[in-house]
Design a protein around this ligand. Structure first.
Ligand code: C5P
Length: 237
């Protein structure tokens, strides 16, 4: 177990499935296959552009699922604020904003009961990528600074690689919710360069785990999701 106090989140909701699919048929098939193995869906840009985003989100809500709109909003603060106000009219639990303090503040101000999550550093970036982008601080310093400011601005939490969660738990208030994408089996090789397995991420203090392709692309997606749910449940037993 951990040295931090786990938040009272229903265990089944700690697994967030990234529904990265292009159209409604594919989404429906996957959702039917997954059934009760997934309670929390992250719906991002790919499906948003299918034209069926809110129909599907409403249906998932009717089934008692939670929804995370991963839209990584980034624009001038008034535009971010107005976009978040639009989304807040829907029944959505979390939204991501990938911006500076003013953008986050505008999002929080317009979010209603929706939780605003700040993106810290995309998990597909490594040191070389950050150098290319002109960030000369280390990834951990960048994540910690963004997380502290996000919490102070009223954000519900942050998206962070599992590799920075321990540092976040040590130096940022535990009120911060930490959501970790890039969760992988140990031997997985793809574009997620900064990964951890589920048990490792929970052990350092992740509140939620985001898993996409290891479930979506599995021969048996339901079995893959159930396997992760068991791994999560066994951690908290
Ligand atoms: O398929 P995979 O498990 O890599 O999915 C990870 C999901 O998490 C993707 O939908 C991606 O957009 C998202 N994500 C990420 N890194 C972040 C924030 C979100 O990979 N920092």
């Amino acid at each position: 177990m951990t040295s931090y106090a786990p938040k009272p989140i229903p265990t089944q909701e700690r697994l967030i499935f990234a529904l990265d699919v292009p159209d409604l048929d594919t989404a429906d098939q996957l959702i039917n296959t997954l059934g009760d193995s997934v309670s929390f869906y992250k719906i991002g840009l790919e499906f948003f552009l299918s034209g069926h985003y809110f129909d599907l989100a409403a249906r998932l809500k009717d089934q008692g699922k939670k929804i995370f709109a991963d839209l990584k909003l980034f624009d001038i603060p008034p535009t971010v604020g107005r976009a978040v106000a639009q989304l807040a009219k829907r029944d959505v639990d979390f939204v991501t904003v990938h911006g500076n303090d003013a953008m986050l503040a505008a999002a929080v101000e317009n979010a209603g009961s929706m939780g605003v999550l700040a993106v810290t550093a995309l998990t597909s970036l490594d040191r070389g990528d950050l150098d290319d982008l002109g960030f000369d601080c280390d990834i951990e310093a960048l994540v910690l600074s963004r997380a502290r400011r996000a919490l102070a601005l009223g954000c519900h939490g942050v998206i962070s690689s599992g590799l920075e969660v321990q540092a976040l738990r040590q130096s940022v208030d535990n009120a911060l919710t930490v959501i970790c994408p890039g969760i992988r089996p140990v031997d997985n090789v793809d574009d997620q360069k900064r990964t951890m397995n589920a048990h490792e991420a929970l052990a350092v203090g992740a509140d939620y785990l985001v898993v996409g392709r290891p479930i979506r692309d599995a021969d048996d997606p339901r079995a893959a999701a159930m396997g992760l749910q068991q791994e999560i449940a066994s951690f908290f037993e």
